[in-house]
Design a protein around this ligand. Sequence first.
Ligand SMILES: [Zn+2]
Length: 65
Amino acid sequence: MNSLDQQSVDCPYCGEPIEVLIDHEEAGQQYIEDCQVCCRPITFSVSMDTDGDVSVAVYSEDESF
Ligand SMILES: [Zn+2]
């Protein structure tokens, strides 16, 4: 089974949809990647629910979390 999940999120700055590949081993972690469209740093927060499904939330750098 592939542990990589592809999900689509919207950039918190420009609203463009971004495809992200999430490794299940990244659950509970946060990382920062620049938007491919507007080149601003997006914080990705990876979480796993009780079913073992991973999901990702995005934050702009001026949002507190
Ligand atoms: Zn963007």
